[in-house]
Design a protein around this ligand. Structure first.
Ligand code: UDP
Ligand code: MG
Length: 335
């Protein structure tokens, strides 16, 4: 790193918040042997120029190439490096979660291990972390193939932003900075890491976005194909459902169930009336089938809502998980 960028970084962070004493950088790696060394070199260059104590947490997500061996060497030669080796490939979200669990920094930065994100953007993210709890990267000029990646990603970003109501341009960018409390209270499942900003902001976490540089993948292969889009969509449905109804599922199933049940009941009343008053035969009418179907579906939905209500109680009470999030408690003096 040359001197002028060093000065720039230091200047950017000259008003570094007093609470920021240590950084953790969490990086998932799955078969990235061609990238590990350069990644480490560039990260170390940027992080040491910032002048804050840091730790590098590399999470090897069950790689089958030389990645774990290279990481092991790094952990021996550089005392700021922590390496987690997962037993098998659990996926990027799980790898992030593992890194979050051991991270000890006041701010936790995540990025990809394939050098598509630029470590040089880290100071830029940090410059906003005093004002926001979460700073997310925006790959404004994304360098990925258009049809297989950028197009589905544009559609996904548009949809996620509409559905979650959290307006970001780029949900898929791994380069993000979080205040410690944000990641420590998160539970991640599926392919959920891209929904962290949305989930976090529902909990009242403040989120902003900064433009970051994106590079084409120079070495190694991308680990995802078009099939990821489907997974992301399903996760989006889960996230949205949890956001809206996780503490009151009957409010979701109830109206649907009542709607179906009552419609079915009305239809069957109508059919019965025709039978009784006019002696019509109703046995062969499709409407009869429909009304029976609606009544059964209605009862099922309400039953499902009630079961879900019980599940919610089990979920919260067994884990002593409150249904609120406290930011801080003022005025109580602990003895
Ligand atoms: N990755 C991982 N586990 C997986 C798939 C990917 O840890 O199962 C890592 C991968 O090594 C890389 C990052 O996640 O560091 C992003 O993956 P990739 O570059 O393949 O995704 P893309 O940039 O193509 O969306
Ligand atoms: Mg990549």
């Amino acid at each position: 790193m040359n001197n002028s960028t060093r000065e720039q970084n230091e200047e950017r962070l000259s008003e570094r918040p007093a609470w920021l004493k240590r950084l953790s950088v969490v990086i998932p790696l799955y078969n990235e042997e061609e990238n590990v060394e350069e990644l480490h070199e560039r990260l170390t260059g940027v992080l040491s120029s910032i002048g804050i104590d840091y730790e590098l947490i590399y999470v090897d997500d069950g790689s089958t190439d030389g990645t774990p061996v290279l990481l092991e060497e790094l952990s021996r030669s550089d005392e700021r490096t922590v390496v987690l080796i997962l037993r098998r490939n659990f996926g990027q979200t799980a790898a992030f979660a593992a890194g979050f669990d051991v991270a000890r920094g006041d701010v936790i930065i995540t990025m990809d291990g394939d050098l598509q994100n630029d470590p040089a953007d880290i100071p830029k993210l940090l410059s906003r972390i005093d004002d926001f709890d979460l700073v997310s990267g925006w790959r404004k000029e994304r360098k990925d193939p258009y049809l297989s990646r950028r197009l589905p990603s544009m559609a996904a970003n548009w949809l996620i932003s509409r559905v979650t109501g959290v307006r970001l341009h780029d949900y898929g960018c791994s380069l993000k900075a979080y205040r410690r409390e944000v990641v420590k209270s998160l539970r991640l499942y599926g392919e959920m890491h891209r929904f962290i900003p949305a989930v976090a902001s529902w909990y009242g976490v403040s989120v902003t976005e900064v433009e970051t540089t994106h590079h084409p993948r120079l070495r190694g292969k991308s680990k995802y194909g078009i099939s990821r889009t489907v997974k992301v969509m399903l996760d989006l449905i889960t996230v949205k459902f949890l956001q809206s109804f996780s503490t009151k599922p009957i409010q979701f199933f109830g109206p649907l169930g009542l709607g179906c049940g009552l419609t079915g009941f009305t239809l069957s009343l109508y059919l019965s009336a025709r039978k009784i008053l006019f002696g019509e035969s109703i046995g062969g009418r499709p409407l009869l089938l429909l009304s029976i179907l609606l009544i059964i579906v209605g009862i099922q939905l309400i039953g499902m809502g009630l079961i879900s209500e019980m599940l919610v109680r089990v979920y919260h009470e067994s884990q002593k998980k409150p249904i609120y999030v406290i930011k801080e408690i003022l005025g109580r003096k602990e003895k």
